[in-house]
Ligand binder design. Structure first.
Ligand SMILES: CCCCC/C=C\C/C=C/C/C=C\CCCCC(=O)SCCNC(=O)CCNC(=O)[C@H](O)C(C)(C)COP(=O)(O)OP(=O)(O)OC[C@H]1O[C@@H](n2cnc3c(N)ncnc32)[C@H](O)[C@@H]1OP(=O)(O)O
Ligand SMILES: Cc1cc2nc3c(=O)[nH]c(=O)nc-3n(C[C@H](O)[C@H](O)[C@H](O)COP(=O)(O)OP(=O)(O)OC[C@H]3O[C@@H](n4cnc5c(N)ncnc54)[C@H](O)[C@@H]3O)c2cc1C
Length: 645
């Protein structure tokens, strides 16, 4: 099953080898539990391990393999980030996609060797979503052939970029490019921030950390201001865009080609989110198979809480989602790598499809992942609330994905733009022009669903029902938009009046895509035993997801209430059928205890012994009487006693 999750036996077994290798190297392990460390201690500890990784990487992984490096990072550094997180996630991808060959020779090679540390500085105090209104400016000085970076007011300060505050000495900075008074929109520049020897900020640079956050606190998200800071013309990233010495601007083949580092993260983060969801579910499912509380049959001993239907309903649909997301994530990574190669040859035709797909998936997956992790926390009762479970940290890190790389409700609108265009083609009788992701929009719907009406064993009837719902909502929302426009609203005003409905269409389209990705993968499985288990999980998934959106199919009679009853019964049937495999389904992700960092979710199942040992190790328990008691509580009690006398 691990080979299914990790897209092949080769990587699944490499993960095992890497974990086994690390198990024998205590210097790579956390020196104490992360929840007991201050932020400063965590950063120091992470930097220590990062240095070890850099030194010994070749002995443990193939450094050219991104997935092996990702696994090494998960095991050793963990999810709370590290001082070079953005270096790998965005700085190198930005240089790879946007720097010219000559620039890559100069900077990418140094970045890959870790001679320099970089980040991606785009968001500002006043603007994150609306890139066209960023306020940092890069004005071209023809005489000196330099760009002058400047922060004209406080809202123009770069704010949020990861590892900007303290760790990075370079950044790919996004600024509005002004040449001879003309604004050429957001462009990307390679900018030195700190002296390479002393690490002191360079003259003209104001820089620092923005302070503690909900989670992800090993990362020094930072602020950055420029005071008429000069960089050479050749620091504009020039793979696709160019500015000649005389200030002539050479347009890229696609207007949004500079957004590639964001699309990179959106493509990869689907897998990252699936893994974080699977972490939380591994902890909660293992714990639920140890925790005994209450009886189902009063003549029998107390049961494991995993026997309760409510507990199964709380956890198993999310287990199915984690599988669905990892399968969909593998597809987005493949598409991203393909688009990257095609763009190299000047073919930008798939950029819009990739952008639409990843915008929708990013939004739906992060939202459902956060929901699933929070349910996993509650499924652990009181112990879920303790940081010993580590689920609160996993939640804090994962939920950041709802905001970074484009606020979810904004990114759903990006997909909606694509859907509306497609709906326009359908309306104009040009369905043959629809791309493969939206071809279903042009198909004719049956009048009713055949779920429970026909003995087809596969998933075709479910897929058709999801397609019907997504198609109906897309066409309806587009019609609403067109209707407002026909009545005289500008497109922008009409758009704003239709966005709740448009975003619903985007979600339904994305949920359909996720179901289809799951079906595609299950159909490929050859081993009959694995196929059976995955088919059960997929059945659970389609029934659960369909119930969640059933209102759309009930309102036009596509599904009847008796069909809904059938779907519910199927859901309950598959909850019970999956129960014996539940622990194996989470164990199949093969997370080591080191990687999970959860006292509650350890493989040995010795929950109570482990919790007690953890509590005893709490720094508060080093002494029996705390200084706060000596200083305040004792005098308080003493004076209360004295006043009674
Ligand atoms: C191996 C396993 C690995 C697992 C890895 C796991 C985890 C990975 C990572 C972990 C994450 C770690 C750290 C997190 C770091 C977070 C970093 C950041 O947050 S960086 C900052 C991100 N910021 C944003 O995302 C800003 C969001 N805003 C935008 O992207 C844009 O402003 C916009 C909303 C897209 C609008 O842009 P604009 O105003 O320029 O465009 P529009 O006028 O709306 O649209 C015009 C047109 O262009 C199309 N378009 C827009 N973007 C793209 C694109 N990227 N590609 C192709 N096309 C694009 C848009 O659709 C319109 O098309 P049309 O409708 O046809 O006119
Ligand atoms: C953990 C984390 C890490 C980050 N790392 C980086 C980084 O490395 N580099 C970097 O540059 N940035 C980074 N960011 C910033 C991040 O990318 C932005 O915060 C994000 O893109 C959202 O933008 P915003 O903050 O401007 O939100 P806003 O746009 O201000 O959102 C506020 C509200 O307004 C709504 N809204 C905004 N515009 C519209 C619209 N057009 N239509 C409808 N509703 C709208 C949103 O839906 C939301 O409800 C990070 C953020 C976080 C949380």
């Amino acid at each position: 099953m691990a080979a299914q999750i990790y897209s092949g036996e080769k990587y699944a077994s490499r993960r095992r080898e890497i974990s086994a290798n690390l198990a024998k190297r205590p210097e790579f392990h956390d020196s104490k539990p992360l929840p007991f460390m201050t932020r400063e201690e965590k950063i120091l500890e992470s930097s220590r391990k990062l240095t070890l990784i850099s030194k010994h990487m070749n002995e443990i992984i193939d450094p050219s393999d991104k997935r092996e490096l990702y696994h090494l990072n998960c095991e050793v550094l963990g999810i709370e980030g590290n001082p070079m997180a953005l270096h790998g996630d965005m700085f190198i991808p930005a240089l790879t996609a946007q720097a010219s060959d000559e620039q890559q020779e100069k900077w990418l090679s140094r970045a890959l060797r870790r001679e320099i540390i970089g980040t991606y500085a785009q968001t500002e105090l006043g603007h994150g979503t609306n890139l066209r209104k960023l306020e940092t400016i890069a004005t071209y000085d023809v005489d000196t052939q330099e760009f002058v970076l400047h922060t004209p007011q406080i809202t123009a300060l770069k704010w949020w970029p990861g590892n900007l505050g303290k760790s990075s000495n370079y950044a790919v900075v996004v600024a509005l490019m002004i040449i001879k008074g003309k604004n050429y929109g957001p462009q990307t520049f390679m900018v030195p921030l700190r002296d390479e020897k002393t690490h002191q900020p360079l003259k003209g640079i104001t820089i620092g950390d923005i302070g503690p956050k909900l989670a992800y606190n090993i990362v020094d998200n930072g602020f950055l201001g420029f005071d008429h800071y000069r960089i050479p013309r050749t620091n504009l990233l020039m793979r696709h865009t160019r500015v000649e010495p005389d200030g002539t601007f050479v347009k890229p083949p696609h207007a949004k080609i500079n957004y590639s580092a964001m699309v990179h993260v959106r493509s990869y983060m689907i897998t990252g989110q699936a893994i974080m969801l699977a972490y939380a579910l591994t902890i909660a499912t293992r714990y639920s198979s140890v925790r005994r509380q209450g009886q189902i049959d009063t003549t029998q001993p107390e049961v494991k809480v995993l026997e309760y239907q409510t507990q199964q309903h709380r956890l198993f649909p999310s287990i199915a989602r984690a599988y669905a997301f990892v399968f969909a994530g593998a597809e987005t990574v493949r598409l991203y790598e393909r688009v990257l190669q095609e763009v190299e040859t000047g073919n930008v035709s798939l950029m819009a499809d990739l952008h639409a797909l990843t915008s929708g998936l990013k939004s739906v997956v992060t939202h459902q992942t956060a929901q699933g992790i929070e349910q996993a926390r509650m499924a652990c009762g009181g112990h879920g609330y303790s940081q010993a479970s580590y689920i609160s940290e996993i939640f804090g890190v994962a939920v950041g994905g709802c905001t970074y790389e484009g606020e979810n409700l904004v990114m759903l609108q990006q997909l909606a733009r694509y859907l509306v265009k497609s709906a326009g083609l359908v309306q104009a009788g040009q369905s043959s022009k629809l791309g493969p992701l939206v071809a279903y929009l042009g198909a004719k719907s049956d009048s009713t669903s055949l779920i429970d009406r026909t003995p087809t064993p596969g998933f075709a009837e479910y897929v058709k029902t999801f397609q019907h719902i997504a198609r109906k909502q897309t066409l309806k929302a587009a019609q609403k938009l067109f209707g407002f426009m026909e009545k005289g609203d500008t497109r922008e005003v009409a758009w704003n009046k239709s966005t709740v409905e448009l975003n619903r269409a985007s979600r339904l389209h994305t949920r359909l895509y996720i179901v289809e990705a799951f079906v595609r993968r299950v159909e490929e499985v050859a081993d009959p035993r694995l196929k059976e288990v995955l088919t059960d999980l997929l059945r659970l998934h389609v029934n659960y997801e369909l119930l969640d959106v059933a209102a759309y199919a009930l309102e036009d009679g596509f599904l009847s209430s008796s069909q809904l009853d059938y779907i519910r019964e199927q859901l309950y049937f598959y909850l019970a059928k999956i129960r014996p495999n539940a622990v194996s389904l989470v164990d199949s992700w093969e997370f080591s205890d080191r990687e999970l960092r959860s006292v509650l979710g350890r493989r040995d199942g010795n929950v109570y012994e482990n919790l007690f040992a953890w509590a005893k190790a709490s720094p508060l328990n080093k002494t029996d009487v705390l200084p706060s008691v000596d200083k305040y509580l004792k005098p308080l009690m003493e004076s209360a006693r004295a006043s009674k006398l």
